[in-house]
Design a protein. Structure first.
Length: 553
């Protein structure tokens, strides 16, 4: 009894071995139809054997031996004198595998592509090469695309910072409908003209997508995604804080509150030296950027000449003084519950990181060897190790640092009642204090926020950010115009630039407060697309990526 059917065939023999299951069968139909003229024929010409592969049984490969026949066409006017009987339900014409096996292989090709599919299918009894799986994936016809009435569009990276494509998603069904090989306005506009019927377009703040939607679907309503609006607001606030961060540092020094530094561990002499060399290199880069900017060169021109990113050049130009690296705040470590034991074993003379790691594992430690070795390295440095004269001159090590006892911990205050040091972090961290609700901040964050708000520019920025976040959360479109009037005259260049961008995209921004659609489903599909793209190791073509992604959806 076979676990599957062979319609149109009579099983004659089953040969069962450990490596292969062979099933011999012959066709039972008495007549066949000519594929050219369609006339029925019962005159036999000859017969031969086909041996297609079939789905495995209990992990063993299955090979069919099918006796098929060739018939003579009885239509004198037909150019086909003989033909082979068709077996569409079992095996397609000129195929080396059955129809059901081909369906399964195509599913694996879409899900896993080449090499991964080959590694998985071989032990399952369906040995196939990765190239065959790729051919199967490419042979699938492209899906029929029907333009949705509500469309979401966003970009994705083929190579981050270099080349981008665009993904289109139906916001009613949350399903992707197409991928574009580039994110230009012309490509998006051409797609919209080719697929008419789009009524609403949800997009990010990209001017390319805005122009493409206006050209390709001028009657469609455009929505500026609310998440991207808040993201642009955060970026504008961060740039503003970068401009005045040096003033905040001076304000902190004048107030007598020391900057709070909480590093995760003591650093070794080598790490201290490398850090100071890196600072000198970065400072020289900063001075080079400032010199070119004072000569009248644009930010984009400086970035091209020095081969730097535009954001780094912009940060240097707006900083006002050399921007120091942000404080490294100590985070929780897996070693925290075992520090007392490690200190005890170190005092007993144990200097072997692997031995300490094995002892911690016996106590329930689940981490790797690396954090243990990282903890032990600066403690077992030989105190006699000296830097060369050239290295000491270059990095400027102090005597305390040269002895290997340089501690990053903040100095203890002499009086118990003295106010604790203030944690004035980098602008990218401080901007979140301006965005969050005051009640969600802890006591230390509230102290920091209160301190930086003493600066008039930060106070103005805080009020504008909080009011914009409120109108976005409440979707109060009536409060948009008054906010734009305040933003235009706030005196903060970066926020004024953000305000002008909102005015240029006014209709789309207002639509985001009226309509409930957003790019959330599009962002989710972008994450899924990243997984498919990375599983191809960057070697697959765009056509293969599009076929795999759309068919899997």
């Amino acid at each position: 009894m076979l676990p599957f059917s062979l319609p149109g065939f009579e099983v004659q023999e089953i040969e069962n071995t450990e490596a292969l299951l062979t099933i011999t069968a012959r066709a039972t139909a008495l007549t066949a139809y000519c594929p050219i003229c369609g006339q029925e024929s019962h005159r036999l010409h000859s017969s031969y054997t086909r041996s297609p592969a079939d789905l495995p049984v209990s992990g063993r490969p299955v090979r069919l031996r099918l006796c098929v026949r060739r018939f003579r066409c009885q239509n004198p006017g037909c150019r086909q004198q003989t033909f082979v009987e068709a077996l569409p339900e079992v095996v397609p014409r000129s195929s080396r595998r059955t129809k059901r096996l081909g369906v399964v292989l195509k599913c694996f090709a879409l899900a896993l592509s080449g090499q991964a599919g080959e590694r998985l299918l071989t032990p399952l009894g369906m040995a196939v090469s990765g190239q065959t799986l790729l051919r199967l994936a490419k042979s699938i016809p492209p899906p029929v695309i029907k333009a949705p009435d509500i469309l979401g569009v966003d970009d994705f990276a083929f190579k981050r910072g270099r080349r981008y494509g665009a993904i289109l998603v139906d916001l009613r069904t949350h399903r992707p409908i197409d991928l574009l090989p580039e994110r230009t306005a012309d490509a998006f506009s051409l797609w919209l003209r080719t697929h008419p019927g789009v009524l609403i377009v949800s997009r990010d703040r990209s001017t390319e997508f805005a122009r493409g939607a206006s050209d390709g679907a001028p009657e469609a309503i455009q929505i500026a995604d609310r998440f991207h609006l808040l993201q642009n607001l955060r970026e504008a606030g961060e740039r503003t804080l970068k401009r005045i961060h040096a003033d905040l540092i001076e304000q902190q020094k004048a107030s007598g509150l020391a900057q709070k530094v909480r590093h995760q561990r003591r650093r070794s002499q080598r790490e201290i030296g490398a850090s100071k060399v890196a600072r000198l290199r970065r400072q020289a880069r900063y001075e080079e950027v400032i010199a070119l900017y004072k000569q009248g060169m644009s930010i984009l021109g400086i970035a091209d000449q020095l081969r730097m990113s535009r954001s780094t050049v912009r940060n240097f130009v707006y900083a006002g003084a050399y921007p120091e690296r942000a404080n490294v705040l100590r985070t929780k470590s897996q070693l925290d519950p075992y520090l007392t034991y490690l200190e005890k074993r170190f005092a007993q003379g144990c200097r072997n990181a692997n031995q300490l790691w094995m002892e911690l594992k016996a106590q329930g430690f689940t981490g790797s060897y690396k954090p243990v070795n990282h903890w032990l390295a600066p403690r077992r440095e030989k105190p006699g190790r000296k830097h060369s004269l050239r290295e000491k001159d270059l990095v400027g090590l102090t005597q305390e640092e040269e002895a290997g006892t340089y501690s990053q911990q903040p100095a203890h205050t002499q009086e118990r009642n003295e106010v604790q040091p203030l944690a004035l972090e980098a602008p990218r961290h401080l901007v979140w204090l301006l965005l969050k609700d005051l009640n969600s901040l802890d006591q230390e964050q509230q102290r920091t926020l209160e301190f930086i708000r003493r600066h008039p520019g930060v106070e103005t920025l805080y009020q504008l950010i909080q009011s914009f976040v409120k109108l976005m959360k409440e979707r109060d479109f009536e409060a948009l115009d008054p906010w734009l009037m305040r933003g235009k005259t706030c005196g903060l260049p970066d926020l004024e630039t953000f305000t002008r961008g909102l005015q240029n995209d006014y209709e789309a921004v207002k639509a985001s407060l009226v309509l409930s659609y957003s790019n959330g489903p599009v962002e989710g599909q972008v994450n899924r697309l990243k997984f498919v793209k990375r599983s191809m190791f960057g070697r697959g073509s765009f056509e293969l990526l599009r076929s795999r992604f759309l068919e899997a959806a």
